[in-house]
Design a protein around this ligand. Sequence first.
Ligand code: C5P
Length: 228
Amino acid sequence: MGTSPSFLLVAIDGGAASGKSSTARALAARFPLLHVDTGAHYRAITAEMLRKGVTPGDLSGVESALAGLRLGTRVTGSAAQMEIGGRIQGDEIRAPDVNAAVSHFAALPAVRTALLHYQRGQVEVAKSHGFKGLVMEGRDIGSVIFPAADLRFFLHADPVERARRRAQEGQLDSVAERDRLDSSRKTAPLTCPPGAIDIDSTHLTLDQVVDRVATLVAVRLNPVPPAP
Ligand code: C5P
């Protein structure tokens, strides 16, 4: 029932290692949706600040570094990646120093405002590449970036399970500490926005999570026509 929106916006939020990146990537592989990982945006900005020797406490340094950044987008397959000065950031955005600093930079309103405009602009990027919609994952997508998204999901999982997932990926990452910082900041804290579909993935496989989300996306993209 219902009509298909001309462009489908899917928001997936959740804590560190809640499964949102894998879910969003799998969705973009099944449907003609552009996948945008906003955690990678915060990580790329953080890596750039660290390279420039700017600390999160140096607000004027952060603001002038932000003003000098030329942000662009490269689309490869169904994934959008942020370019800074025409360059894609590599594995360095997953390095331990970035893991430790990213939540501190992400708490700064100047950083969030710069990325809010960039992230909302991803709709035009997706449309210009012929995608039928966008799946954007992060912490504040359903609450701040696209509060009127067609579908908003919030994934959570037990902290012990999430730490186990990160360790399995071979990553040194204090998931609980990042969540604490992300949930307690003043601007756009990590929270399940009212009306979002809450999924506890602790005891679900990735395929089970993807199936739940994909079922709802499929209904929106291919609604059953009303009976004649
Ligand atoms: O998703 P990922 O764990 O890679 O995100 C890294 C960090 O970026 C988060 O811990 C958070 O501080 C920040 N972030 C954010 N808002 C988003 C996405 C990520 O504050 N929408």
